[in-house]
Design a binder for this molecule. Structure first.
Ligand code: SF4
Length: 163
């Protein structure tokens, strides 16, 4: 957990934050479900949350085949190269960040788009390795601070303590 990034979020209270839409309850995951984290939703008390799903922005349908990063490409479980969809999703996420002057994001870890500390290892066996998804990497390269959902929960607890 990167406390310095969490501190930076505390200093930017009130700003816009891009958030993985699935963390806010949107059924946009590959399996047609969400991955709602109530603590992330509660951050709306302190920030202006902008939900996005980079995979949907990149033109993929829900539900869709799961995909993982394999040797620099994004491949679906059936072997289809969906790298361009992922790059397009990252492009639109970064365009939104620029237009809306967003410096902060909270993204779902372990995703080939949104992962900021962990991603699946490309074997489709559920194993994770340190790494970044395509959108998280692009946003960070453009200066956006990215937290994962666990860091987002820690941020909420600090805010609720009055930090
Ligand atoms: Fe959630 Fe990101 Fe995957 Fe969309 S691309 S379902 S927002 S983790």
């Amino acid at each position: 957990m990167d406390e310095s990034k969490i501190d930076a979020f505390l200093k930017r209270k009130g700003e816009k934050v891009i958030v993985s839409a699935c963390l806010l309850g949107e059924n946009c995951r590959y399996d047609g479900k969400s991955k709602e984290v109530p603590e992330i939703r509660k951050l709306a008390k302190y920030y202006s949350l902008l939900p996005i799903c980079p995979e949907v922005l990149g033109g993929l349908r829900t539900p869709r085949d799961p995909s993982e990063i394999v040797e620099g490409k994004v491949l679906s479980q059936r072997g289809k190269d969906v790298s361009e969809n992922y790059r397009n999703g990252a492009y639109w996420a970064s365009a939104l960040a620029r237009i809306q002057k967003v410096h902060l994001a909270i993204l779902k870890d372990r995703s080939p788009s949104c992962g900021s500390t962990l991603i699946h290892d490309g074997s489709f066996t559920g194993k994770v390795i340190p790494g970044k998804g395509i959108t998280a990497k692009r946003l960070e390269k453009e200066g956006v601070l990215v937290l994962n959902e666990e860091e987002g929960k820690r941020l909420l607890s600090l805010l609720e303590e009055g930090r």
